[in-house]
Write a protein that binds this ligand. Structure first.
Ligand SMILES: Cc1cc2nc3c(=O)[nH]c(=O)nc-3n(C[C@H](O)[C@H](O)[C@H](O)COP(=O)(O)OP(=O)(O)OC[C@H]3O[C@@H](n4cnc5c(N)ncnc54)[C@H](O)[C@@H]3O)c2cc1C
Length: 498
């Protein structure tokens, strides 16, 4: 039977772009449909005055050396279209009056720096970081081999330390090795890259993130994530792929329980052999598909998941050079105190921001700010509930009041910033929900804590509805590296059976 396209990809986020480019370059006639007017989803930028602001990319992992993301982008012929900049440092962590530590992106360097701040920990640090490296690298490779998960589990049986610690909480393992709360705090700084506090995050997930950034180094993208999104789109269209923007899919059309096409918002239907959905898993299974076509076990599994954390972001265009403002590191974690409960409370309330990640894109300029100026992105993690409770009439006031608290915290590391603000834009979980169409405004998909990580779900191993494949941070770990790499891997597997 003839079809309009071999594959239709719904959504041009990181995962949708990666899927579309992989499939089209693999010889499948692919149609990419995106409801917005630009590609990227969260991987996008916006312009205010002289600045092009990065929406979501703070640090890109997986690019250094023969790393997984670089390999995928090389295969898609994307790398040569974009300029990447390696950060000099991993991050700087500050708790005013308590600690101020900058870590380099290498294992030995981390030991040296932390030992100089907190003497007497050298042996414990070396042992801990070796464990992080082993566990993290196992997870990174296992994720790449999920279709051979039995072999990976078999391999795991020989890795006693990974088995022993992998599914404990990150905090438990930290407590085994160290007593100094300040040292533990610095080591835990990347918790926000998965959205789980150290006591809720599995040691395995934490290790994956730290190992990724240390082994493959943190990178920035010239032109921001939008440049990367356009490069992936170009790879797709150059290979003959068709893209339609301003085109929302309303329904995945099925026949006999199998996907056979999509229906668009204007009623047009387009047929295909396989639908790849970059829309959230909940949306795909309950709104785009008729739930009657979805196995009850999948719906039950969905019902058991918890909505992930969202974010409030303050985008600042500053009329001064980064160095003059005191920024020497791209990623700066600033907390009010060492207590995890402070952050946990802040994630569920509109109390003053308990922590910010201040990303400076002009320590090594990525081109988003004009010469002599600085782009700074402050972000804190919050669930959507406290914002949902704000009456519409109070929303603007609440938004600006909250942003003020983020600026107050920033003042502790960069006191001059307030005097040089040229542009400011605020996005709350409400904005994330509206623009990204993500339930709960979630920025990494479902909450993946120690009880509910990627090992417990099989969405990215097998299709649950015939003819429908899901690719997004709702079926894998959140973030650029995992969404792009996982989607490419899943679609390579699809190519083998199409
Ligand atoms: C503020 C913020 C900060 C972040 N910081 C980092 C970071 O520093 N490092 C990192 O690695 N990750 C970070 N992330 C996470 C990362 O951006 C995401 O994990 C990733 O971009 C998600 O990609 P995706 O393809 O799964 O989804 P999305 O980017 O949401 O893409 C989905 C696309 O599908 C489209 N779509 C959905 N439904 C339909 C439909 N029915 N019809 C047509 N189109 C549809 C949407 O419009 C969208 O373009 C951050 C995210 C945010 C929001």
């Amino acid at each position: 039977m003839s079809v309009d396209y071999d594959v239709i990809v719904i959504g041009a986020g990181n995962a949708g772009l990666s899927a579309a480019a992989t499939l089209q370059r693999g010889g499948q006639r692919t149609l990419l449909l995106e409801r917005h007017n630009v590609p990227g989803g969260a991987a996008t930028t916006f312009v205010r005055g002289r600045f092009e602001f990065e929406v979501s990319l703070h640090q890109l992992g997986g690019m250094g050396g023969p790393a997984p993301l670089r390999q995928v982008l090389d295969e898609m012929d994307v790398t040569r279209r974009v300029e990447f900049i390696e950060d000099d440092q991993l991050y700087r962590t500050v708790v005013p009056g308590v600690l101020d530590v900058t870590l380099p992106a290498d294992w030995q360097g981390i030991t040296e720096v932390l030992d100089s701040h907190y003497p007497g920990q050298r042996a414990a640090l070396a042992a801990f970081l070796e464990l992080v490296r082993d566990v993290g690298l196992w997870q990174l490779t296992a994720r790449g081999n999920l279709h051979r998960i039995d072999a990976e589990i078999e391999r795991l049986t020989g890795m006693t330390e990974v088995r022993r610690h992998g599914l404990r909480s990150f905090r438990e393992v930290l407590d085994d090795f160290f007593t100094d709360e300040r040292l533990k705090f610095v080591l835990a700084s990347y918790w926000s890259y998965n959205g789980q506090l150290p006591s809720r995050m599995s040691f395995m997930d934490f290790s994956r993130i730290l190992a990724l950034f240390v082994e493959t180094k943190p990178y920035q993208v010239v032109g921001g994530s939008q440049a990367l999104s356009y490069a992936m789109l170009e790879s797709f269209t150059e290979a003959g792929g068709t893209v339609r923007f301003h085109t929302a899919v309303e329904r995945i059309v099925t026949r006999g329980g199998r996907a056979v096409g999509v229906r668009l918002a204007d009623g047009e239907t387009v047929s295909c052999k396989v639908v790849v959905s970059n829309a959230p898993a909940t949306t795909t299974y309950t709104r785009l598909l008729d739930p009657a076509d979805v196995p009850p076990a999948v719906l039950r599994d969905l019902g058991s998941r918890r909505m992930g954390v969202s974010a409030t972001a303050l985008y600042l265009g500053l009329d001064a050079p980064a160095a003059e403002l005191g920024f020497t590191t791209a990623a700066n974690f600033v907390h009010t105190d060492l207590a995890e409960e402070t952050v946990a409370r802040g994630m569920r309330s509109l109390d003053p921001a308990p922590f910010i990640l201040a990303s400076c894109y002009d320590v090594k300029p990525n081109g988003g700010a004009p010469p002599g100026a600085t782009q700074l992105n402050l972000i804190t993690l919050q669930y959507t509930d406290p914002w949902d409770a704000v009456p519409v009439a109070d929303y603007q006031r609440a938004k600006y009041a909250y942003a003020e608290t983020m600026l107050e915290l920033l003042k502790t590391v960069a006191p001059e910033v307030r005097d040089v603000i040229e542009e400011a834009e605020i996005a709350t979980p409400i904005t994330m929900k509206r623009y990204l169409s993500q339930p709960g405004g979630a920025i990494y998909g479902f909450d993946q804590d120690v009880t509910d990580g990627w090992l417990f779900h099989d969405d990215d191993i097998k299709p649950n509805v015939p003819g429908v494949v899901l690719v997004s941070n709702w079926v894998t770990a959140g973030g650029y590296n995992s969404t792009i790499v996982t989607a490419a891997r899943m679609c390579r597997r699809l190519l083998a059976v199409l």
